[in-house]
Design a protein around this ligand. Structure first.
Ligand code: MSP
Length: 673
């Protein structure tokens, strides 16, 4: 039956997960379920990218040790993905790789060693302009002039840092011809076609050797045998796809079983890293290349690319609160033509939920099953001998239409044309609906002479529904299982390969008929969503502030994300107040957390949880004056609500916190401006 290995990018842990992140993992999940259902030994990898200067700085800004900062975000990503059933417990990913995992650190170092031994890594001096948000170096002509002669990053509009340091380089230039030959010989290596052409032109224009180490960044993986240097974050991040399988470790069983990857899904924003650098690293190390890298488009919101920096992200909390998992999955796969950008609007999601799901699949299912219940005592007719020739011909057409839809769906889905595959399936749903409406079983049911015709109509409709349900299981897994059970079909639809289903004659008793997709009241829902979004934006703006997202430079056609500096009015939104610690104690089973109560001059003291337990004894804090962010949205840690944050400097590599305070006396509650 073969194997199938599918990967997603690993996400930076410096901003909260949003729809963009969920999307790639959700698509990979649908592909993995599709492959598993067809009996392939499937491995599905997703995870988090946790090293680099940007993350180091984000942790410092949040006043947390870096490891704690990344642990918090990883927990948030995993919890959110689990809510959408993308986790192992719900048949989703097989592994969540973290680049802070020991096995990854070892594997990445091993990849480095092998490339260096092969002669493709050498030492030199790097001079360049570095953007910490892109994690990338630029030459002067790749920058834009800013105020006071500063050079700015074209993507982020932020001042670049001049970096001159000893550095290791990767001999990318040595791979130009081999890469071009590979693209030529394996057209499926970069998809879709437009992206492939883009990469070919880029490589043809000539490749320069990138710097692959930094001495000024400490939060990362040390260069083997030269720990003064840290491996460049992209170099090691890319290696996750093989280190996750045990590459460079003691047990390479999974590496042997699953590598090369069959499908590496990425957003188009990180295409070059995956189709130029990554294959060149692998060639240099003598490792086989992935079969296919597919770059999907970006979700736009309000016409601009959804990103934390622009503040236009779709909040997963809000999405989760108002929509079923299946509706979100269906929408993401149906609405976005895979490979192209797509606009996300809640209105469109509601329309698709009501139109395609409730009135389409849901209605076909409930009308068919209700008729079986009402006209046949809940028994699906097994045979329909004696039905008229005309009706038999129509039923035959429906059966053929469903078979054709299955074949087309299979090939479109296998080729990652999800939207087209779903269009085909929905055309078949419409066809079956029409057959039912034309045959009018509600009339046939009244006439004892028409028993055979009635049986044929219901048999055809239930069979069509059974086949389509199996087909749609990777896209709407929960609804598919419910319909499957209502049809009285045995077992788990996720394990039934559609091509193994025969047509007809199975009969059987249906289960209880219940509505599957709720009908949504658009106007009411939009009002609720808008209200929730406003609250969530306020909460996010106040939450332990993430650094801006780190990005590879966007293609020039894309609008540049905005805002580097904040104005005084922005700063004024942060309410900083002097407070006094009244009590302090350790939080059981959380070795880093202290629970403090703090007098802010308010009627009641605030409870604040601070990640400083490894550095401060609780007793020593009582009576101490601290600075509190007083208007931070409350959030729960270990089941306890934290009603603010205390400020601390973050010192050294491990981010040791040193609490901020006052030299002179200040009253509790005094505002800092
Ligand atoms: N850490 C790197 C990737 C390293 S892979 C070895 C990174 N991380 S990221 O957090 O910025 O996530 C990038 C990926 O998230 C994109 O490639 C894409 O898969 C997904 N998306 C982020 N924003 C998105 C949209 N607005 N729309 C669709 N997908 C988006 O880059």
């Amino acid at each position: 039956m073969g194997k199938f290995y599918v990967t997603t990018p690993i996400y930076y842990v410096n901003s909260h997960p949003h729809l963009g992140h969920l999307y790639t993992t959700l698509v990979a999940d649908a592909v993995a379920r599709y492959q598993r259902q067809r009996g392939r030994d499937t491995y599905f990898l997703t995870g988090t990218d946790e090293h680099g200067q940007n993350i180091e700085r984000a942790a410092a800004a949040a006043g947390l040790p870096v490891k704690q900062h990344v642990d918090n975000y990883v927990a948030e990503f995993q919890e959110m993905f689990a809510r959408f059933h993308l986790d192992p417990a719900h048949g989703g990913y097989d592994q969540w790789i973290r680049t802070t995992d020991e096995a990854h650190r070892r594997g990445a170092a091993e990849l480095w060693r092998r490339i260096r031994e092969a002669g493709y890594i050498y030492k030199g001096e790097y001079q360049g302009w570095y953007c910490i948000n892109c994690n990338s170096f630029y030459t002067e002509d790749e920058t834009q002039p800013g105020p006071d002669g500063a050079l700015l990053c074209k993507v982020h509009d932020r001042p670049l840092e001049r970096v001159a340091e000893e550095s290791y380089f990767f001999k990318l230039s040595a791979f130009q011809e081999r890469l071009l030959a590979h693209y030529e010989a394996h057209p499926e290596f970069i998809r879709p076609e437009a992206r492939r052409n883009e990469v070919i032109s880029f490589v043809r224009a000539g490749l320069t050797d990138p710097s692959v180490s930094r001495v000024s960044v400490k939060w990362g993986i040390p260069v083997p045998d030269d720990p003064h240097h840290t491996i460049y974050v992209w170099f090691e991040a890319l290696s996750n796809y093989i280190t996750a399988l045990g590459y460079g470790g003691d047990d390479a069983g999974r590496f042997t079983a699953y590598w090369p990857a069959d499908l590496q899904l990425v957003g188009k924003d990180i295409l070059r890293f995956h189709t130029v650098y990554w294959p060149a690293f692998l060639m240099a190390a003598g490792v086989e290349l992935p079969r296919s890298v597919y770059a999907h488009g970006m979700w736009l919101s309000g016409g601009r690319r959804m990103s934390k920096t622009l503040g236009n992200v779709i909040d997963l909390e809000v999405l989760f609160k108002h929509f079923t998992r299946d509706a979100v999955r269906y929408f993401c796969l149906r609405e976005m033509v895979f490979g192209q950008d797509g606009d996300f609007t809640y209105e469109a999601l509601i329309d698709r939920s009501n139109g395609d799901l409730a009135a389409g699949l849901g209605n076909l299912s409930s009308r068919t099953l209700t008729m079986v219940r009402n006209y046949c005592d809940g028994e699906i007719p097994a045979a329909a001998d004696g039905a008229g020739a005309a009706l038999r011909a129509q039923a035959g057409e429906v059966r053929e239409a469903v078979a054709r839809a299955r074949a087309e769906f299979e090939s479109e889905f296998a080729d990652y044309n999800f939207s087209r595959a779903l269009e085909v399936a929905w055309a078949a749903i419409t066809r079956v609906d029409k057959f039912i409406s034309d045959a009018k079983p509600w009339h046939l049911a009244k006439d004892p002479e028409e028993r055979a015709s009635l049986a044929l109509v219901l048999l055809t409709a239930t069979e069509a529904l059974r086949h389509l349900t199996a087909l749609l299981a990777p896209v709407v897994p929960e609804a598919a299982q419910v319909i499957w059970e209502q049809l009285g079909a045995p077992g788990d639809v996720a394990a039934v390969a559609p091509e193994t289903l025969a047509w007809g004659g199975t009969g059987g008793r249906i289960g209880e008929v219940k509505p599957i997709f709720p009908r949504l009241d658009k106007q009411k829902m939009m009002e609720e969503i808008k209200a929730d979004e406003a609250v969530s934006q306020r909460a996010r703006a106040g939450a332990n502030s993430p650094a801006p997202e780190t990005k590879e430079p966007a293609t020039p056609a894309e609008p540049a994300p905005a805002v580097a500096f904040i104005g005084i009015e922005e700063f004024a939104k942060v309410e900083l107040r002097a407070g006094e610690v009244l009590t302090a104690e350790r939080v059981p089973k959380a070795d880093k957390l202290l629970r403090l109560t703090i007098d802010l001059g308010e009627p009641a003291p605030r409870q604040i949880l601070a990640g400083i337990a490894q550095y401060y004894e609780p007793e020593g804090l009582v009576g101490r004056k601290v600075i509190v962010v007083a208007n931070l949205a409350p959030r729960k840690l270990r089941g306890l609500e934290s009603q603010g944050m205390i400020l601390a400097a973050s010192i050294g590599d491990e981010g040791r916190p040193v609490l901020a305070g006052f030299v002179e006396e200040v009253p509790n509650g005094a505002r800092l401006k």
